[in-house]
Design a protein around this ligand. Structure first.
Ligand code: URA
Length: 274
């Protein structure tokens, strides 16, 4: 493993900080000063020190983060609060986000330093299912549900927010979504669910539900609902595959996954996807 990766995974600091520490000559491997970030370390055999202290390799880690609304899935951003800003400097080292959620989407986001886990989860052939809870303005008929479940054209739903357009590669994506599962939870007028609806609204028709998809087109859930005339005003990811968001985590909180939960992520979904 590269020395810079070894140090970031051992929570010495961000990649930038680690490179600084290396160039200052603070790191030794088996007693020899090493400044080359690409130096190949044997995790089991070599002894690494930083500023005279032995650095034990911390191994891989995966965090479940309950993303709050309003923060962006990015390492850094000039204007907005980012997901990584919720983590301490030590924890951030080597950590990256698995996939992304829109700024306004809340809920389950995984962060890991484990490239193999990331590849596994992001591999489209694994059809990793993601389940979202939503509240939307509008109504869903049985026909709408069956359209969404059997695959719906979302190509024309390209203006999600004013001034926001998909880039060229998004426009080239297949326009029909893969099969999905949609369960309506509540449907009626705003006043009937006033204590459950998170924002003040006029007394309009609203619907809540659970939508499970197995792909990740840009703004996919919002666009799928838009394609049948509904406008989402709350979206929360509650599960990835069999892994459920721990509801005891408040927005902005996170914890490490247990071994059992990591095992759940490696279960392949055998449902047929077209
Ligand atoms: N679908 C969306 O529309 N937004 C997300 O953040 C995730 C899925």
């Amino acid at each position: 493993m590269r020395l810079d990766k070894y140090l970031t995974q051992s929570h010495i600091g961000t990649r930038k900080k680690v490179h600084g520490i290396l160039s200052e000559g603070m790191v030794t491997v088996n007693g020899q000063r090493v400044t080359d970030a690409t130096y190949d370390v044997d995790v089991n055999m070599d002894q690494v020190t930083c500023d005279g202290e032995i650095v034990k390799h911390a191994g891989t880690v995966c965090y479940m983060f309950n993303k709050p609304q309003g923060c962006v899935t990015a390492r850094s951003d000039e204007k907005e609060k980012t997901v990584l800003s919720y983590f301490s400097e030590e924890e951030k080292g080597g950590l990256f986000m698995v996939g992304r959620l829109d700024k306004d989407t809340e809920g389950l986001l995984l962060l890991t330093n484990d490239g193999a886990l990331d590849h596994w989860l992001m591999n489209p052939e694994h059809h990793m299912e993601k389940t979202y809870f939503f509240w939307a303005l509008g109504e869903l008929s049985e026909e709408d549900v069956s359209k969404i479940e059997s695959g719906i054209d979302i190509q024309s739903q390209y203006t999600i927010r004013q001034n926001e357009r998909l880039n060229k590669s998004d426009m080239k994506e297949t326009k029909i979504t893969k099969t999905a599962k949609l369960q309506i939870l509540k449907q009626g007028m705003v006043h009937e669910f006033a204590d459950e609806i998170p924002i003040p609204l006029h007394d309009d028709q609203v619907v809540s539900g659970l939508l499970t998809i197995s792909e990740g087109k840009k703004h996919q859930v919002r666009r799928m609902l838009r394609a049948v005339g509904c406008k989402i005003f709350q979206l929360k990811r509650i599960a990835i595959g069999e892994l459920q968001l721990d509801e005891s985590l408040k927005p902005g909180e996170y914890r490490r996954l247990t071994d059992d939960e990591i095992g759940k992520l490696y279960k392949i979904n055998i449902r047929e996807h077209t």
